[in-house]
Ligand binder design. Structure first.
Ligand code: GDD
Ligand code: MG
Length: 359
């Protein structure tokens, strides 16, 4: 058995979050509000709940905002340190770069954009009882091509690591959470950018290191695309996705303090309404992620979309599967469908953009 208080956690949060632009132009992906909290809060609260105390955040893009949000970590019952990469070092470089901050012989490394219900204590115990050099949390997904494909043998030992291959031999993928022996981290080359997925893991396998897989079927989602961000947020609101940071307040929708929702507005599908937002009568929000200070006018319809800080959605506008940047202004009756993205501050005049000729 591993004592979690003698395990370091490392969280990689240095990516640019390009697939979530334009929202990630102003905030790094792990800091985007999800069910009313910075996304990373959900992961950090799981780490704390498992009994882990020491966390190192490997930051790069917009590094300063992490420390202003989480400080020394004491509010979450953690001791948080920050290690900044002035130039992004990649996932492998980011891990190697925190080696000097590790206190114990075992480290658990997380991608900072994953929402998961994995039992971290069971993962740590599996790593120690199987005497692995590295243990990877693995999950099965419908389409493995966007992930690291990780086949294992009949003993659950990893046989290959194939990052984002078009021809995956199995539906079993890297879930973005790894337990390392500290000595393995110390042996990763420093001083240059490298990928843990493309270089470090294949190198460990070639060197005959014991890399084990830990497969489970708990909740799992990478929040890196708008579709997944919307789904993950709705799952948190509805209590489908676990988070120790959300106590009690789960349901069809979540409305934060200082927001006003007119009678006659319909909020369903795990919709979340941020602080100070105003939702007018007749608006219909289904699976919508509404950041703080947004105004949604009468009769507007928002489905499976993210509306950035302080944006306005005009009367009877329709937004479906879209992303609206901070402070954008969507005129009355505009239609934005299927992956539409509006950049921050852009103003669309009333009726100025439609996907149909219906009035
Ligand atoms: N410190 C640091 N430095 N962190 C980084 C860097 C860097 O240069 N580049 C990326 N990260 C962080 C990101 O912020 C994110 O939290 C994590 O590393 C993973 O990066 P993503 O860009 O989200 O990778 P991905 O989703 O395409 O693929 C990864 O995750 C999948 C599971 O969600 C890979 O690990 C796949 O193998 C895996 O299946
Ligand atoms: Mg990701």
């Amino acid at each position: 058995m591993v004592n979690p208080a003698e395990v370091d956690a490392v969280v990689l949060v240095g990516g640019m979050g390009t697939r979530l632009r334009p929202l990630t132009l102003s905030a790094p992906k792990p800091m985007l509000p999800t069910a009313g909290l910075a996304f990373l809060t959900h992961l950090l609260s799981r780490i704390a709940e498992a009994g882990i105390e020491h966390v190192v955040l490997g930051t790069s893009y917009k590094a300063e905002v992490f420390e202003s949000e989480f400080g020394d970590g004491s509010k979450l019952g953690l001791q948080i340190e920050y290690v900044v990469e002035n130039e992004p070092l990649g996932t492998g470089g980011g891990i190697a770069n925190v080696a000097s901050r590790l206190r114990y012989d075992t480290a658990i490394v997380f991608n900072g954009d994953v929402l998961s219900g994995c039992d971290l204590r069971a993962l740590l115990d599996s790593h120690s009882s199987r005497e692995a050099d590295v243990t990877l949390h693995l999950v099965r997904v419908g389409d493995p091509r966007a992930f690291g494909c990780v086949p294992t043998d009949s003993d659950g030992v990893v046989t290959a690591f194939l990052e984002k291959t078009q021809d995956p031999p199995t539906d079993q993928i890297n879930a973005g959470c790894y337990v390392f022996k500290r000595s393995v981290i110390e042996a990763i080359p420093t001083g240059r950018a490298l990928s843990v997925e493309r270089e470090v893991f294949p190198g460990l396998l070639a060197d005959g290191k014991r890399v084990c897989g830990y497969v489970d079927s708990s909740y799992w989602r990478d929040m890196g695309t708008p579709e997944d961000f919307v789904r993950g947020s709705a799952d948190l609101v509805r209590g489908i996705a676990p988070s120790p940071a959300l106590k009690g307040q789960r349901g069809e929708s979540l409305v934060h303090d200082g927001a006003s929702v007119a009678p006659g507005a319909l909020l369903i599908g795990g919709t979340v309404v941020g602080r100070g937002a105003e939702i007018s009568g007749g608006a219909r929000l289904d699976g919508a992620v509404i950041f703080d200070g947004v105004r949604v006018e009468a009769g507007a319809v928002i489905e499976r979309s993210i509306i950035g800080f302080g944006a306005r959605v005009g009367p009877r506008a329709l937004i479906r599967d879209g992303v609206i940047g901070d402070g954008a202004d969507i005129g009355a009756r505009c239609e934005l469908l299927r992956g539409a993205r509006v950049w921050p501050g852009v103003q669309l005049p009333d009726g100025g953009l439609r996907f149909s000729t219906d009035v």
